[in-house]
Design a protein around this ligand. Structure first.
Ligand SMILES: NC(=O)c1ccc[n+]([C@@H]2O[C@H](COP(=O)([O-])OP(=O)(O)OC[C@H]3O[C@@H](n4cnc5c(N)ncnc54)[C@H](OP(=O)(O)O)[C@@H]3O)[C@@H](O)[C@H]2O)c1
Length: 304
């Protein structure tokens, strides 16, 4: 176990490692090619390294099954975050009825071989009306009362997150953020100040700055825009000898309201690189200030 820094995930009071693991890359056929045994080794290495947050979803292919198969016996070593609203077996389809919320959570529990999820997050960033009109939120709270779910969260994005935070019902928000996607920079702080835990996703911008700009396709901002932001801001000139990926991850970890960044990877070497970068903590304040100054100047700043 490394001495990875930890923080308290808002009002949940749970101590989480600042580097978490996003299991989307373990989705199987539609994702990177990883054998089941390799996935098992990676998941065990994640835990051995002191990472104690694992994020998955009903519609991440075989990811939940792999977690259940390879690390369920170590269940007390990780904070397990899942999603709801997804329709079992139909990737990308979401239905926010009470029945579908229950079916989803119960399917996750079976696949993950556990009796509780630590966190269940609405996978889509819904309006208050969308989460309530067919009883979805009410059912999620019922599942919490039954002990199947410990905390409830939202994978929230602008603009709906502005309505979700004041509802006061969500213990955790999962929000996209990185140097190349700073749109949520301010609302992350607003959510944290309300007492919610903050999970950051997209913290290494899909690895795009390694030169694989196409990777970020279908992401919240398109890959061309990320490349343009990187180049126009001249970020290579602020690296001071560190790698682009170390810069990306440590920039993300420099957000003062972040509790954990769930970085996805199918590659154990990338995981070790990320662990080493996270071990160095946030970037120096002057480097962050210079990067933000340059990004602001090209219109790549915070919007809310
Ligand atoms: N709506 C939602 O709730 C939602 C949406 C998206 C994601 N998520 C969650 O958030 C997690 C992370 O989000 P994300 O996947 O969008 O973004 P991310 O963590 O920024 O990017 C993951 C990608 O970056 C690459 N990568 C990671 N470390 C690297 C390194 N050191 N060097 C080079 N490439 C590296 C990975 O490829 P390799 O496999 O090659 O390392 C992977 O393709 C997901 O796994 C999922 O759990 C949730």
């Amino acid at each position: 176990v490394t001495d990875l820094a930890t923080s308290i995930l808002g009002r949940t009071g749970v101590e989480v490692s600042i580097l978490g693991y996003g299991a989307y890359e373990l989705r199987g056929p539609s994702g990177p090619s990883v054998s089941d045994a390799e996935a098992g080794r990676l998941l065990n290495e994640v835990l051995d390294s002191g990472v104690n947050v694992i994020d998955t979803a009903i519609d991440y292919g075989i990811s939940e099954d792999l977690i259940g198969r390879y690390i369920a016996r170590r269940r007390d070593e990780y904070f397990l975050a899942g999603k709801c609203g997804c329709v079992v077996g139909q990737e990308g389809l979401h239905v926010h009825t009470a029945a579908n919320i229950r079916e989803g959570v119960e399917t996750s529990l079976r696949r993950l071989k556990t009796d509780h999820l630590d966190l269940v997050q609405f996978h889509l960033s819904l309006t208050k009306q969308q989460m309530e009109e067919h009883g979805a939120l009410q059912e999620l709270l019922k599942l919490r009362d039954e002990g199947k779910v410990r905390y409830v969260g939202e994978s929230g994005t602008l603009p709906n997150i502005l309505e979700q935070v004041p509802m006061g019902v969500f213990d955790v928000f999962q929000v996209p953020y990185s140097a190349l996607q700073r749109e949520h920079e301010k609302v992350i702080t607003t959510a944290a100040e309300s007492g919610a835990g903050i999970i950051i996703r997209g913290g290494v911008a899909k690895g795009a700055p390694t030169g694989a700009w196409g990777r970020a396709e279908n992401y919240m901002i398109n890959p061309d825009m990320m490349k343009i932001r990187w180049e126009e801001a001249g970020l290579d000139d602020v690296l001071g000898g560190i790698s682009r990926m170390e810069f990306m991850l440590r920039f993300t970890l420099s957000h003062p309201s972040l509790h954990t960044a769930i970085v996805g990877t199918s590659n154990i070497d990338h995981f070790h690189d990320n662990l080493a970068a996270a071990g160095k903590g946030p970037l120096p304040a002057d480097m962050i200030a210079e990067a933000k100054r340059r990004l602001d100047a090209v219109g790549a700043g915070a919007t809310a």
